[in-house]
Write a protein that binds this ligand. Structure first.
Ligand code: ADP
Ligand code: ADP
Ligand code: MG
Length: 471
């Protein structure tokens, strides 16, 4: 087994990886930017190094990080999610430096890195994809194609991720306007201006399959997650298993995900994302060749530690699980506790956490990195913690989540907690009839309630009193 793992990431996922390493008896090396020096994960690692340059680039500096790993004597690097996690150059540089990259081999990352290319591979092997184009290079071509498959369509950056680089278009004028912007933005944000078009599927579910593959061709899936509750095309609440899949569809989608992974000789864990339409047709969206933010809920329903599995596979261990060993027990829900203002279109906020009290009890898990007195830096994503609950039934899980959200106290910055409480009370959510349109459709009702929440008045009055005393 590895002796020392360097974690090329920050925040909650860095802490998650430290915990996995500790249980495996592996020492950890954390890197941090200046503004992350007070994050909880920095305190928990065995060794820490201030990484440079800058607040963001510290985590993107391929050769700087490898140099640090060498200096610290780390024999493996875990990239977490975001940053360098899906960067084939980084995986290759690790390999060349004789350090194990805890993730798939660089060729698999490359093969799935561009959505246009991944779609071609899927078509070839018979995995259904969303009807769409190859790379498109002119407005005329884009308009012609959109009229062929009929509006609405979605313009996508082939190298996009994290919900960025997506644009819905309903007519020729919108394409004329959006296409050039999409290209230049893709170039700027992802260093690649390849753009393509997909049919915009109305009111789908986002369903993704977690797969696990070792280096010897053994591959299984750990069931699905329903991540339909999104804002800005990015997930907020995730559940496992899905309420809309039956066992037959689960096995069919599981088999398609395995086929997708096999087509690129995938090793390590990964996620194949699909959209499922009203008629239960499923379409490949993309494959994420890394650990996912919402891996936790799959861990809760399967009992399998996915991060430890990643490390063991990277170390060359054979998969000790068979498909028939995988049983899904009960339901798990994850709410991403973000520093965002749901009443202002989920605008990210920063500031100091003046009070922090996290929920606990049976079936409750928190993966987070903040605490009372912590100041949220403005440079990164708004995720503060992930609140995960498990229940024997869907109803029990929803009630437990509601109870936990009521216990959760974070003061000093606005968070998504009060909004999630309203969601747990919402009949549409509880009935399982939510699609990717959920927030757009339900937000006005839920916010109406939120703005009338008596607690808001209590805190407003408390704020006024404090301000008065400060005078
Ligand atoms: P998940 O698919 O695990 O739910 P998210 O879409 O929420 O992941 O993204 C997790 C983090 O990784 C976010 O901070 C997001 O901005 C970042 N991220 C994901 N993919 C990319 C990408 N291709 N380029 C840049 N950042 C990305
Ligand atoms: P990213 O790489 O940013 O995660 P994805 O292609 O996975 O981008 O899409 C993110 C989300 O955008 C999906 O979960 C879905 O809600 C929405 N979306 C993407 N493609 C389509 C489509 N063709 N039709 C409808 N919604 C889509
Ligand atoms: Mg995606």
């Amino acid at each position: 087994m590895f002796k020392k793992v360097l974690i090329a990431n920050r925040g909650e996922i860095a802490l998650r990886i430290i915990r996995a390493c500790r249980e495996l008896g592996i020492k950890t090396v954390a890197i941090y930017s200046e503004s992350d020096s007070t994050s909880r994960y920095v305190k928990k690692a065995d060794e820490t190094y201030l990484a440079r340059p800058g607040q963001l680039r510290a985590y993107l500096n391929i050769y700087g990080i490898i140099e640090l790993a060498r200096y610290a004597g780390a024999d493996a690097i875990h990239p977490g999610y975001g940053f360098l996690a899906e960067n084939a150059e980084f995986a290759r540089a690790c390999r060349n430096a004789g350090i194990t990259f805890i993730g798939p081999h660089p060729e698999a990352i490359e093969a799935m890195g561009l959505k246009v290319e991944a779609r071609k591979t899927m078509k070839k092997i018979g995995v259904p994809v969303v009807p769409g184009s190859d790379g498109i290079t002119s407005v005329e071509e884009a308009i012609k194609f959109a009229n062929e498959i009929k509006y609405p369509v979605i313009l996508k950056a082939s190298a996009g991720g994290g919900g960025r680089g997506l644009r819905i278009c309903s007519n020729d004028e919108e394409i004329s306007k959006q296409f050039p912007i999409a290209r230049s933005e893709a170039k700027k944000a992802f260093g690649n201006d390849s753009v393509f078009i997909e049919k915009y599927i109305e009111e789908p579910h986002h369903i993704e399959i977690q797969i696990v593959a070792d280096k010897y061709g053994n591959i299984i899936h750990l069931g699905e997650r329903d991540c339909s509750i999104q804002r800005r095309h990015q997930k907020l609440i995730e559940i496992a298993p899905s309420l809309i899949l039956d066992e037959a569809l689960r096995q069919k989608m599981g088999a398609a995900a395995i086929q997708a992974a096999k087509s690129v000789n995938y090793d390590n864990v990964g996620t194949v994302e699909f959209l499922v339409d009203k008629n239960k047709n499923f379409y490949f969206l993309e494959m994420n060749t890394r650990i996912q933010v919402e891996h936790t809920i799959t861990e809760e329903v399967t009992g399998i530690d996915i991060v430890q599995t990643m490390i063991r596979i990277a170390n060359g261990e054979k998969l000790d699980l068979k498909q028939e060993d995988i049983k899904l027990n009960g339901y798990a829900i994850q709410c991403r506790i973000n520093a965002e203002d749901p009443t202002k279109n989920f605008m990210p906020v920063t500031g100091k956490i003046t009070s922090y009290y996290s929920p606990g009890g049976f079936g409750v898990r928190i993966d987070g990195h903040v605490y009372k007195g912590y100041t949220i830096p403005p440079y990164y994503d708004s995720l503060l913690a992930k609140l995960i609950v498990r229940g024997r039934t869907w109803d029990e899980a929803v009630r437990r989540m509601h109870r936990c959200l009521s216990e959760y106290v974070i003061r000093g910055v606005k968070t998504t907690i009060p909004f999630y409480k309203k969601v747990m009370e919402d009949e549409v959510f509880k009935s399982g009839r939510f699609t990717t349109k959920y927030i757009e459709e339900r937000l006005p009702y839920l916010i109406y309630d939120l703005e009338r929440d008596p607690l808001i008045y209590v805190s407003a009055i408390a704020g006024a009193i404090t301000a008065y005393h400060r005078l």
